[in-house]
Design a protein around this ligand. Structure first.
Ligand SMILES: C[S@@+](CC[C@H](N)C(=O)[O-])C[C@H]1O[C@@H](n2cnc3c(N)ncnc32)[C@H](O)[C@@H]1O
Length: 260
């Protein structure tokens, strides 16, 4: 039971250190209840009876370690979230030049597919690399099936053209059409520890750095700026910014930057 699970201060420190080291996410004491709820769920799934046994389990099982990191990340997202960045791209960029786009921290893929359908509707030529640290989110992105409420703000014409309606037990879901899926490649990438092997014209890294401390944000921004082509665009979430970080980007709109 969730309410019966207790994490003592030493265990809390140990678990939050694991999360920080692996994903960069800071779990301070205010996040105690959240960590308890998520650990309790994993303990039920793995039939583990106490927190110390669960700590042993994640130390010895790489699979459960991944499940634990998955369980501690916030994956909330939806189609056409903070869409002004995409509208800016469509208005500003030349649709005759192929674009390489990276949705870093893509969660279950809604950001990447939102870009894909709008770029297709405006006859752009492009590829999108969508990455996340969470295996389960990447799996959902590759499956491309979403509950209807995630497409609530998608214009009808786009829904009609690029999505399939579910039927039977899937009637409350939509699926991104296979031809749209071919534009998006999902792969695991940890912003903290992996090195990009490619460069991009546009990078979206939205609504993830809010969970990081300044040191981690600096590391991530430096990594992503190196992967951005000169003149390329970099977008963070609307509640995020790059204040106080060292970078060579110029601000072009709220939470939107360009590499000189
Ligand atoms: C709130 S979602 C943001 C999704 C999307 N970008 C948006 O703005 O709607 C944050 C995502 O960041 C991912 N994440 C957290 N730490 C990460 C890391 N170190 N490397 C890559 N992804 C990470 C989480 O797994 C989660 O899916």
């Amino acid at each position: 039971m969730v309410s019966e699970t207790k994490i003592n201060p030493v265990q809390f420190k140990k678990l939050s250190n694991i999360v920080y080291t692996e994903s960069g996410i800071v779990l301070n004491e205010k996040k105690y209840t959240l960590l308890v709820a998520r650990i309790a769920k994993r303990m039920r799934m793995t039939k583990t009876s106490c927190v110390s046994d669960y700590i042993d389990l994640i130390s010895n099982s790489p699979d459960e370690f991944n499940n634990f990191i998955d369980a501690t990340t916030t994956n909330h997202t939806f189609f056409f979230r903070e869409n002004n960045h995409c509208e800016f791209m469509i208005k500003t960029l030349d649709n005759t030049k192929p674009l390489k786009i990276w949705s870093a921290a893509s969660s279950s893929g809604e950001e990447a597919f939102s870009l894909a359908v709008q770029l297709l509707a405006n006859k752009f030529s492009f590829t999108i690399y969508a990455s996340d640290v969470s295996d389960s989110m990447l799996k959902q992105g590759k499956r491309a099936i979403y509950p209807k409420e995630r497409v609530r703000v998608v214009p009808r014409s786009i829904l009609y053209t690029y999505f399939q309606k579910g039927t039977g037990k899937w009637q409350d879901h939509v699926k991104v059409k296979p031809e749209v899926q071919t534009y998006v490649r999902f792969e695991k990438f940890n912003l903290l520890s992996d090195t990009p092997v490619d460069t991009f014209d546009i990078i979206f890294c939205r609504n993830v750095m809010i969970y990081f401390d300044t040191q981690t944000r600096q590391k991530v921004v430096s990594t992503l700026c190196r992967a951005l082509n000169p003149g390329g665009y970099f977008f963070v979430g609307l509640s995020e910014n790059l204040h106080g970080l060292d970078h060579s980007l110029i601000t072009i709109l709220p939470s939107g930057y360009q590499k000189k």
